[in-house]
Write a protein that binds this ligand. Structure first.
Ligand code: FE
Ligand code: CA
Length: 505
């Protein structure tokens, strides 16, 4: 057990013993009525770090798998504290939020005025109970140049298809940041014979109470709680947080269902209050800067996309006005890239970016319709956009496909002589698909810009410095075994400053 985990254990153990007076919270702890139970069963999280603060999250549930989480209709005051040390000897910020039933008793506290580029610890108190302790940090000051940044990114974690070992290993890594790129939950039960556990509600979810219950069940897993508690997250959704392959205004994802899915996502993620859904829309795309070293453009590739083109329909595949991002987000992205001043520009997004045409023949239009391949003009405008703006190091970060990939990006994927103009790193699934055997997909021999592919579960960890970026594709030996599981670097590549594309480390 590392130091932080030990601390988490000690603090939650303390709280589990009943109501306790904690010396560093202002005033005496209000003694809890005997009937009141510990509401901190879903853990703590932080996210969207800024130079002077971040979002601190928790959600109260005395009975996570009961409808309503056991909280009833109460509004509960929740105190929060930020300290520079795990023992909370030096508290530097504190406040109180109201956990209300309309928001699933979630808390999104936003301390301000903290020093930049620093590590902090935080905790909550409600009903006389103290939450587990989380570790977080502020982003470096604008204009400052940190020596390095470490982050992990992950996606696709069907709860039923495996154990969350990857999250335990990510927590042990103690990165500065964790990016989650979509498919945090799945709307349907697994059809796999390999499922290791079952949803409480195994019907397809489409209502707020059902989406909430699904997130609550996911957070009953201690490994994912550890990953949330160890570092700030940047979370975006893909399709399954609502329904499979939904797009824009798709008629089979009506407004009420969208509103429910987005509300549950916002309630359960460490997202700022400003990102609270309004009716059936959520302002998901946003930017986070890490001094002059890195900038994360967190994208939304679902809410504004056109419908996927029909497979084989070249007129639709190549239609020049097709969009995956919508016009406003595209302009926002290109304007952000044009701002310059960042060594690494990461595009945190969901679906496969590089060309991945099965036969490498331009006239067949048989690639994945849900990925950027089905929105070629949209991909072209963005790629040409960063080339025209002389972006120093564009790196696309991707989830969705349940395989690791490392790709070299081109302006024309059907011209094998066209130069590399960027890099894509794709993380495999945390669990989705379960244990797999390594096979080479048929697209690989026809697409030489696809540099590496690995078919196993895991995540990717990145260390970005001024001269190079190192990406480690992590392999979790099994998600179906409960114990005795190993975490190994399956492959390691570097991207050199100013030289697009991956190369051996
Ligand atoms: Fe997935
Ligand atoms: Ca083709």
């Amino acid at each position: 057990m590392n130091k932080l985990n030990r601390r988490l254990f000690l603090v939650s153990g303390l709280a589990a013993g009943g109501a306790v007076a904690v010396p560093h919270f202002a005033g005496a702890a209000a003694p809890a009525p005997a009937a009141v139970r510990d509401p901190f069963n879903l853990g703590v999280a932080s996210g969207d770090p800024r130079p002077d603060g971040m979002v601190l999250w928790t959600r109260l549930a005395t009975a996570p798998l009961d409808i309503g989480g056991g909280m009833g209709t109460r509004t509960v005051p929740v105190e929060w504290q930020v300290a520079t040390d795990e023992a909370f000897g030096t508290v530097v910020a504190s406040g109180t939020e109201s956990a209300v039933p309309a928001d699933g008793h979630s808390v999104h506290a936003e301390p301000r005025g903290l020093p930049a580029g620093a590590e902090f610890f935080y905790r909550f108190r409600a009903d006389g109970f103290i939450s587990p302790v989380g570790r977080t940090r502020t982003a470096p000051a604008p204009g400052s140049t940190p020596a390095a940044l470490t982050f992990a990114f992950a996606s696709c974690q069907h709860f039923e298809e495996g154990w969350y070992h990857a999250h335990r290993f990510m927590a042990a890594d103690q990165p500065d940041l964790i990016l989650f790129l979509g498919d945090y939950m799945y709307e349907k039960a697994s059809g796999s014979a390999n499922r290791v556990r079952w949803y409480v509600d195994f019907d397809e979810v489409d209502a707020l109470g059902e989406y909430r219950l699904r997130y609550a069940q996911i957070r009953t897993d201690p490994d994912i709680r550890a990953a949330h508690a160890v570092a700030p997250w940047l979370a975006v959704f893909d399709d399954h947080e609502l329904k499979n392959n939904w797009w824009g205004v798709s008629s089979d994802a009506p407004a009420a269902r969208k509103q429910a899915a987005f509300q549950a996502f916002w309630e359960n993620m460490p997202l700022p209050k400003a990102m609270r859904p309004v009716n059936s829309a959520i302002p998901l795309y946003r930017r986070v800067s890490w001094g002059t070293l890195a900038r994360f453009h967190m994208m939304d590739t679902r809410q504004y996309r056109w419908k996927q083109p029909p497979a084989g329909n070249c007129a639709e595949f190549t239609r020049t006005d097709r969009t995956l991002t919508g016009a406003a987000q595209e302009q926002w992205l290109l304007d952000g890239l044009a701002a310059g001043g960042s060594r690494w520009d990461f595009l945190g997004q969901q679906v496969f970016f590089a060309g991945r045409d099965p036969d490498g023949a331009t006239g067949t239009c048989d690639g994945s319709t849900d990925s950027w391949e089905g929105y070629r003009a949209s991909r072209q405008r963005i790629t040409q956009g960063w080339v025209d703006r002389a972006v120093r190091n564009p790196v696309v970060l991707t989830g969705d496909v349940h395989r690791h990939w490392a790709n070299n990006l081109r302006l024309n994927y059907f011209d094998q002589d066209s130069p590399y103009v960027g890099t894509e790193l794709v993380t495999s699934s945390v669990t989705s698909g379960g244990d797999a055997t390594e096979t080479t997909p048929p697209q690989v021999p026809n697409n030489p810009h696809l540099y590496y592919v690995g078919n196993h579960r895991g995540y990717v960890r990145v260390r970005a410095g001024s001269g190079q970026l190192t990406a480690e594709f992590m392999k979790v030996s099994s998600v179906q075994q409960r114990s005795g599981v190993t975490n190994t670097v399956r492959n390691r590549f570097v991207v050199l400053d100013g030289e697009p594309g991956v190369r051996p480390a």
